[in-house]
Design a protein around this ligand. Structure first.
Ligand code: 5GP
Length: 244
């Protein structure tokens, strides 16, 4: 199966059609952006690293009963995925306070969050991906009440599975962003990617607040050694087999 037409190009990935209308090819790019694309750059080898990490994590989630768009990894930078209609929502799960939560609430970086927080953001670059309330989300018709319930419970279950997986890698899962889509039968599937671009990951072997960062915050905050941090995440993730 080969890529045919470019369907969509995002900041980090390109989606291609294939000869099967139900299957798309996702190409992971080395391009990196932050702060709603105000900061732009490239992280060498990022595409292949994120493709490998995402593929492995999707396999792990599927093994634990989560329905995802993942079919298989087609090449170093390519993943075959089921065609879905993406919901214009970013679902963020937080286990430890960081990033925009600290900025908007004054909570100190590193404050444990229990039970985990599930937040919905409107995926809209022109509006700067604003935080939504449940009522605003329903008002805007971005999802139904039933879908919101399902997204919330899927996000929490995904969080449990990923916390456990990353624990085996010596990595703390601080927070992460998910995207979901609807298939032809209106079934909700986890979509997009799960990688150091979309998660905050702290190395459990490092106490220093800068050195422990293994994710895109290294790029956002100019902490340096971005490529090697992503590589270390990949090595640890791939060293832990998918378990049932
Ligand atoms: P925050 O709201 O603190 O900026 O982000 C929370 C988590 O979601 C972080 O792990 C961050 O990487 C991820 N996240 C939130 N919005 C986006 C986005 O637009 N793109 C990407 N790649 N990750 C995001």
């Amino acid at each position: 199966m080969t890529a045919q037409q470019k369907l969509y190009e995002g900041k980090a990935k390109i989606l291609y059609t294939t000869d099967d209308p139900d299957i798309l090819l996702t190409y992971f790019k080395d391009d990196a952006t932050a702060f709603n694309a105000q900061k732009r750059g490239s992280i060498q080898g990022k595409g292949a690293v994120n493709c490998a990490i995402s593929s492995h994590l999707f396999r792990q989630l599927e093994a634990k009963g989560i329905s995802t768009h993942f079919i298989d990894q087609a090449s170093a930078n390519e993943m075959r995925v089921r065609m879905v209609k993406i919901l214009p929502l970013e679902v963020v799960v937080r286990n430890i306070a960081a990033g925009s939560l600290c900025k908007q609430t004054g909570l100190a970086l590193g404050t444990p969050i229990s039970p985990p927080l599930v937040e919905f953001y409107y995926k809209n670059d022109d509006l700067g991906d604003p935080l939504l309330t449940r009522d605003r989300l329903l008002l805007m018709g971005l999802a139904t009440a039933e879908q919101v319930e399902q997204l919330q419970s899927m996000a929490l279950r995904i969080n449990e599975i990923l916390i456990d997986f990353f624990q085996h890698c010596g990595i703390t899962l601080v927070d992460f962003k998910l995207e979901f889509g609807l298939d032809a039968e209106q079934k909700i599937l986890l979509a997009d990617e799960i990688s150091p671009d979309t998660c905050r990951l702290w190395d459990q072997g490092e106490a220093d607040v800068a050195r422990r960062v293994m994710d895109k915050d290294r790029f956002r905050q100019d902490l340096g050694e971005v490529e090697s941090a992503y590589q270390r995440v990949m090595q640890r993730v791939l060293a832990n087999p998918v378990s049932l």
